[in-house]
Design a binder for this molecule. Structure first.
Ligand code: SF4
Length: 363
């Protein structure tokens, strides 16, 4: 079935509020149609530049204006990043996501260093993702040339609720950055956070904004707020596990091809709760005892959980991103006897060869 791109808030709310067992069954069925239910990607999130951010995201201890216990650091060196990536690979990660607490990317030495980090991790045969703030089209192209696999830029919440949490940049700024990434062959990672005081309608609104993008993001992280002392959201109550499962299941139903990432907040979840999230369609976790700056389960604990549940870590570049939309576009070029335009870093050789062989066979 073709992916639906015209979800409304009402339709999504209806899904979110289905009787729990029905919701779970529907999400698990869709998940099995599009993904291997026993495979979950393990990713490592690396804070390459911590703290001192000029933005005012209400949940974030890295915002310079909030008084938290966070220790900031300048941009890491390429060698430090390489060492951490090798360690992550050895413990089962197939993807490294590098985060820098910047409002936007500035051309210059630091960005050149980040490009070198991307090249370095790419050579390790790992998927490499960056989250560096707002990005111009030219910067997105330079990251693509360096071999970036994915760019993360979260929408955080619905457009309506976003204003309650962030005032220093608008929702449209975020969509523009996603649009700039989309013009390259870098895949899009964009999701949000629940538990910031938003309503169910806001959660549905965020999923409308993501699912109506065409193509839909290849990756959607769903975070449960981890309230940090000193931030405006420090008093928020923890997200009940049932709401997290409902959010994951609804995301899976409205974005069937997407890699749904069970992200921040896992330390508050039991293994049973996480298992239900995997059943409902989550197929990625972040490993390592820190998620940028907030606590995360130990990697050994995660591997024990994988063993108990019979889950296998996904290999790098295993998941074909948005096969429908890519294949549809490629076929237009192939039918004219031209080389396919779209490829994805990592499986471009395989995909291009494949397509070229088919074109030759036709000729
Ligand atoms: S979430 Fe990102 S942009 Fe917002 S304050 Fe934190 S580091 Fe800065």
């Amino acid at each position: 079935m073709a992916t639906k791109h015209d979800w409304t808030k009402e339709e999504i709310l209806e899904i979110y509020n289905k009787p729990f067992m029905e919701l779970l069954y529907e999400a698990a069925t869709i998940h099995r149609e599009h993904h291997d239910p026993n495979t979950v990607q393990v990713s490592t999130l690396l804070s390459i530049k911590t703290g001192g951010c000029p933005e005012d995201c209400g949940y974030c201890p890295q915002a310079a204006r909030y008084h938290t216990d966070l220790e900031g650091n300048d941009l890491m060196s390429v060698n430090q990043v390489k060492a951490q990536a090798l360690r992550a690979k050895a413990s089962g990660s197939s993807r490294v996501c590098m985060g820098a607490a910047w409002r936007n990317v500035k051309d210059g030495e630091e960005f050149d260093n980040v490009l070198e980090m991307v090249r370095t991790i790419n050579k390790l045969d790992m998927e490499v993702c960056c989250t560096l703030g707002m990005l111009t089209e030219n910067q997105a192209e330079r990251l693509a040339e360096a071999g970036l696999y994915a760019y993360n830029h979260n929408l955080d919440s619905s457009e309506e609720y976003y204003k309650e949490v962030i005032s220093t940049r608008g929702y449209q700024d975020r969509l523009d950055t996603i649009g700039n990434v989309r013009k390259t062959n870098v895949t899009v990672c964009s999701g949000g956070i629940i538990g910031m005081g938003e309503s169910e309608a806001d959660r549905a609104g965020m999923l409308v904004a993501l699912s109506t993008l065409n193509p839909q993001p290849e990756s959607v992280p769903i975070n449960a707020l981890v309230p940090v002392e000193g931030t405006p959201l420090e008093e928020q109550a923890p997200v009940p596990i049932w709401e997290m499962i409902r959010m994951v299941a609804t995301t899976r139903i409205v974005m069937p091809e997407t890699q749904v990432r069970l992200s921040a907040g896992r330390t508050q979840m039991s293994r049973e709760g996480q298992a239900m999230c995997f059943f409902a369609g989550a197929n990625s976790i972040f490993a390592g005892d820190k998620l940028l700056t907030t606590p995360n389960p130990d990697v050994n604990e995660d591997m024990e959980m994988f063993k108990m549940l019979g889950l296998n870590p996904q290999k790098a570049f295993e998941k074909k991103s948005q096969p429908e939309s890519i294949d549809a576009e490629n076929s237009q070029y192939q039918s004219k006897g031209e080389k396919p335009k779209w490829s994805r870093p990592g499986h471009k050789i395989e995909r291009n060869l494949d397509a070229q062989q088919k074109t030759k066979a036709k000729a």
